[in-house]
Design a protein around this ligand. Structure first.
Ligand SMILES: NC(=O)c1ccc[n+]([C@@H]2O[C@H](COP(=O)([O-])OP(=O)(O)OC[C@H]3O[C@@H](n4cnc5c(N)ncnc54)[C@H](O)[C@@H]3O)[C@@H](O)[C@H]2O)c1
Length: 351
């Protein structure tokens, strides 16, 4: 039996991790914790087996019965809570992105190593069979020479919680790149097998909500965290980048908002023998360049969150690090950091 505490009872906690964790037979949820106690109360109403609610995370960390904590707070709190939890002797599952920058992410990895604890990150898409298929096909050379990967993650209107933590750089670390791009770049590096980075170039734009009050939208996720009156918007809502690696080059563009009523979410893999389009959270369209034959997979969409929570707990039992262990996610955190540095300096970074 694993005794756990959940810190942060917001959208991802309620929509993903509480449903997953409460279905696992060997999990005892001793605490639901949120700074806003009413959010923890609401969760307990839905999941009465939760034993305690609290607004003070220190109560969770000081309980010797708690073996592991799930940190499901906004990005800026990931670092402090994870470091304190590791020092208190807890294993940690922390939502993506690791935290707001690479330097702090590295410290978190070092602390986990020092304390001998598991620290997993919520890069949930790695559990999709489509992703595993592409990773295997690339490792087996099925695409021939894989020379370029291109990703698009663009929506017409999808700025979350405008004016709140999502759009305030000091709290989020960035905008569409760190929030959505983290998944795409993480998948690309995972599928490519983390090729060494050679050059990184990026441009970032904050145009669509620079005047918070006049942003036009017909729906907003995380709207309960928005602050239209006094809020901040100092992050990227459009991003474009190019990366040279020791293997394939990578290009991408992403939009939280754009004046085009087009939503695109995919990653294209281009090889000299074959290619593939991975639809985000979905299927793979394969093209064999020798026979000129297309094939589409029909993988069922997995329950990402149950898989990542289960694998985290299994890692604690076996001592074997899962693919979502922070050690296997640091490369994409480094790439995000370099991309933001390039955008800030408005120049290419050579490594
Ligand atoms: N894996 C995914 O696809 C995915 C999807 C959505 C969100 N996320 C990540 O999950 C995290 C949370 O996002 P969200 O949308 O649930 O945010 P949210 O704002 O809805 O919820 C965060 C909660 O954390 C609480 N909190 C903040 N600091 C705290 C502290 N010190 N102690 C206790 N509670 C605290 C807040 O009060 C809030 O209720 C973010 O890092 C986000 O990037 C991941």
């Amino acid at each position: 039996m694993h005794t756990i505490g959940v810190i942060g009872c917001g959208r991802i906690a309620r929509g993903a991790h509480f449903p997953a964790l409460s279905n696992l037979e060997d999990v005892r949820i001793k605490y639901a914790c949120d700074l806003i106690l009413s959010k923890a109360e609401e969760v307990k109403e839905t999941y009465p087996a939760i034993e305690n609610i609290t607004a003070d995370y220190k109560e969770v960390l000081s309980d010797p019965e708690v073996e592991a904590v799930f940190i499901l707070t906004p990005n800026y709190a990931h670092y402090t809570l994870t470091m304190e939890a590791l020092k208190a002797g807890k294993h940690v599952f922390c939502e993506k992105p690791i935290t707001v920058n690479y330097a702090l992410s590295k410290e978190m990895a070092e602390e986990a190593k020092k304390q001998g604890k598991m620290l997993n990150i919520g890069v949930c898409n790695r559990y999709h069979a489509s992703v595993e298929l592409l990773q295997k096909m690339n490792a087996e050379g099925k695409f021939g020479k894989l020379y370029h990967v291109n990703a698009a993650f663009r929506a017409c209107r999808s700025i979350p919680g405008l004016g709140g933590p999502f759009t305030t750089k000091a709290q989020s670390g960035g905008g569409v790149l760190i929030d959505w791009g983290v998944h795409y770049l993480d998948l690309i590096l995972y599928i490519l097998g983390n090729p060494g980075l050679k050059t990184v170039s990026c441009s970032a734009y904050s145009e669509m909500a620079k005047d918070v009050k006049s942003y036009k939208f017909d729906g907003m996720w995380a709207q309960e965290t928005a602050d239209f009156e006094n809020g901040t918007f100092d992050v990227d809502d459009y991003i474009v980048g190019h990366v040279r690696t020791e293997g394939a080059s990578i290009s991408f563009n992403g939009a939280w908002a754009q004046n085009l009523d087009i939503d695109e979410r995919y990653i294209d893999f281009l090889g000299d023998k074959g290619g593939a389009r991975l639809s985000y959270c979905g299927q793979v369209h394969l093209f064999d360049g020798e026979t000129l034959t297309p094939t589409d997979t029909d993988h069922e969409c997995p329950d990402f969150y149950t898989l990542e929570d289960k694998n985290f707990l299994q890692s604690i039992e076996t001592g074997v690090k899962d693919k979502n262990n922070i050690d296997n996610v640091l490369e994409s955190a480094l790439l995000l950091d370099l991309l933001y540095q390039s955008a800030e300096k408005q120049e290419e970074i050579k490594l």
